[in-house]
Design a protein around this ligand. Structure first.
Ligand code: ADP
Ligand code: MG
Length: 614
């Protein structure tokens, strides 16, 4: 028996499940669906974003509806227009084999008369934002006095957004003898108030630990001087060429400013905040979904509707005031079973906030260093080499080959490679040439100094004396920092702590050992093949993967900040525009450089894969 069948779903819904490609129920679905199908009960379900809540309430709701009746029977309240539309679309897919089931979305910013018309035609399920719903009740455009089911989705976010009064109002227009199902990632006081006040002996289910961040998210912080936030942000982006991220700022003004600066500096960035028109926001979100925007700079409120599954990094450009907000931010990544990284740029004086968050989310942060210029250049170089290798040859190039061959005549392969790679690399290396260390090691060293310039350093030696290596396998080959570390320890017969600072990128990785192991390691990998492919290890030119690692730093630095693993098909989307970036500090206009602010064409790769779920 199919696992969904075992939960009690009827055949038409099982057919829809099959069409959606869901193979196994997620945890919240497994727990909620049988409870909701069985009797008439209230339910409080705590589950993070990306755990499949829509199906957890959607399927039971559809199964229990009277499709013959046109009366509105189910009301779903959800915080934003984007989520409303998303839920509505999902429910339509779930009910595609049901006859006569209508689902209507109600939200602000669109014609209220059009929405009223749709409801009048008979909608068994209404999916609404609280604001617009209250409005429509007030104007008697919708009747929810006979509903059997009321679902509060993302209840904590709705209350965070100040919808408490609206929700109270709306609920007071619903009958007493309905079932209420409340879904929320966290359980702050306001949510328990709603639960107490409007629900009758709700059953409670929890997926994962209460109030804790998802396990798939790694939390990292970077300590910088107050004035170095922006350069630090740029380096984090440059060190992760395939980044697909949301950058959180505290105010609309900062959001706009940071986005503008990024765009000016040639990044694929865009701004999302409340001062934009709905139309502008839709455009930005559209470009983000298509991955034309790699860095979406957003306020907390505006970001609430973001429903994109494969965000690799959340960057906290500034920390939020409320710890709860941090949970929401970091929950934007690591969704649908994928892993993600939540980075926080902090100043020394904000460190206590990090500790407060650690306590609250019951997860440790990893102390990381802003990459040095040399490290970034190196990452970019290998990224470029891999990009060249993976690039599909454009047939139209054929026509130009004779002429190009003529130009390039007499240059041998080695030299040609060097030249091709230099086209990109020189830009980075010029930009980062005299770059300084952005890591703040204490109030006495706020401005850093020029410690990046360790050009004269002999092979790969770090300030702690260890050696950093490059290895030509990475996440693409199925490794993450843990499995790569195990692989190396295994092959080299090293001890538990002998391999450290393992940093996996897409197609390559870095790691450190003490100098005493270097000769043995290089000897071992001088002629080592796996699956017929040479595994290559070299001493890295950039001395370290973060320096100054005191004991604490070292111990906690568990992992690589690579682009996040488990992403498929990204290489063509993200890094593809690296060459567009403007690395001249002056921002001199440069013809032929595409400076995308999002709306532009090309290279989107939005293929969504369901297979990676759980
Ligand atoms: P939540 O509301 O908890 O944030 P969603 O309901 O939006 O999560 O689901 C997140 C993503 O996971 C969606 O793309 C959805 O289609 C997908 N999904 C949900 N349940 C399953 C499942 N059982 N198997 C595979 N994918 C699923
Ligand atoms: Mg949801």
């Amino acid at each position: 028996m199919n696992k969904f069948e075992a939960l009690g779903l009827k055949q038409t819904l099982l057919d829809a499940v099959a069409d959606l490609g869901f193979e196994n129920p997620s945890e919240v679905q497994e727990k909620a669906i049988p409870i909701l199908l069985e009797g008439e009960t209230d339910l409080v379900a705590l589950a993070q974003t990306g755990t499949g809540k829509t199906a957890a309430f959607g399927f039971p709701l559809i199964q229990k509806l009277q499709a013959e009746s046109r009366t509105t029977q189910g009301l779903i309240l959800s915080p934003t227009r984007e989520l409303c539309l998303q839920i509505t679309n999902e429910l339509k897919l779930y009910s595609k084999y049901e006859k006569g089931v209508n689902v209507v979305a109600i939200y602000g910013g669109a014609s209220i008369t059009e929405q009223a018309k749709q409801i009048k035609r008979g909608a068994q399920i209404v999916v609404a934002t609280p604001g617009r719903m209250k409005d429509m009740i007030g104007r008697r455009l919708v009747d929810i006095s006979k509903i059997d089911f009321c679902i509060l989705d993302e209840a904590d976010e709705m209350l965070n957004m100040g919808f408490f009064e609206d929700i109270k109002d709306i609920l007071s227009n619903t009958p007493d003898e309905k079932s209420t199902w409340l879904f929320s990632a966290t359980m702050p006081k306001e949510v328990s108030v709603i639960a107490k006040r409007f629900m009758h002996n709700p059953q409670e289910i929890t997926v994962g630990a209460k109030n804790s961040g998802t396990d798939t998210v790694q939390h990292e912080y970077y300590v910088v001087g107050g004035r170095d936030r922006y350069p630090a942000l740029k380096r984090l982006a440059d060190a992760n060429p395939d980044i697909f991220s949301v950058v959180f700022c505290r105010t609309k003004r900062d959001t706009q400013r940071v986005a503008e600066k990024l765009i000016e500096d040639g990044y694929n960035a865009g701004a999302l905040h409340g001062d934009l028109s709905q139309n502008q926001r839709d455009l930005v979100m559209g470009s983000f979904r298509k991955k034309q925007i790699q860095m979406l700079v957003a306020t907390d409120v505006a970001a609430r509707g973001i429903d994109v599954d494969d965000i690799t990094h959340v960057i906290n450009y500034q920390l939020p005031d409320e710890i709860e907000t941090y949970t929401h931010r970091s929950g934007r990544t690591g969704r649908a079973g994928k892993s993600g990284i939540s980075m926080v740029i902090v100043t020394r004086s904000e460190m206590r906030k990090i500790h407060a968050i650690e306590k609250k989310i019951k997860r440790d942060f990893i102390s990381k260093k802003i990459p040095t210029g040399i490290e970034i250049c190196e990452t970019q170089l290998y990224h470029l080499a891999n990009k060249i290798k993976d690039t599909e040859i454009n047939k139209d190039v054929e026509n130009y080959l004779p002429a190009i061959n003529e130009v390039l005549e007499g240059i041998d392969r080695d030299e040609l490679i060097k030249k091709i790679v230099s086209v990109e690399f020189t830009r980075f290396s010029n930009y980062y040439n005299k770059s300084k260390d952005l890591n703040s090691s204490g109030p006495d060293r706020e401005r850093g100094g020029d410690r990046d310039d360790r050009g004269g350093n002999s092979r790969g030696a770090s300030s702690d004396g260890s050696i950093r290596y490059f290895i030509n396998i990475g996440e693409k080959d199925g490794y993450d920092w843990m499995t790569l570390k195990d692989f190396l320890k295994d092959k080299l017969s090293l001890g538990r702590d002998d391999v450290f600072k393992v940093d996996t990128k897409d197609a390559f990785s870095f790691f450190n050992t003490e100098a005493e192991h270097t000769d043995a390691i290089l000897a071992f990998f001088s002629d080592y093949k796996e699956d017929g492919r040479f595994i290559n290890v070299e001493v890295s030119k950039s001395p370290e993967g973060g320096r100054g690692g005191g004991n604490r730093g070292r111990r906690r630095e568990r992992s690589g900040s690579g682009g996040g693993s488990g992403r498929s098909g990204r290489s063509s989307g993200g890094g593809a525009r690296r060459g567009d970036r403007n690395f001249s500090k002056s921002g001199a206009s440069n013809s032929g450089r595409r400076r995308s602010s999002g709306g532009s064409s090309s290279s989107g790769n939005s293929s969504k894969k369901k297979s990676g779920f759980y």
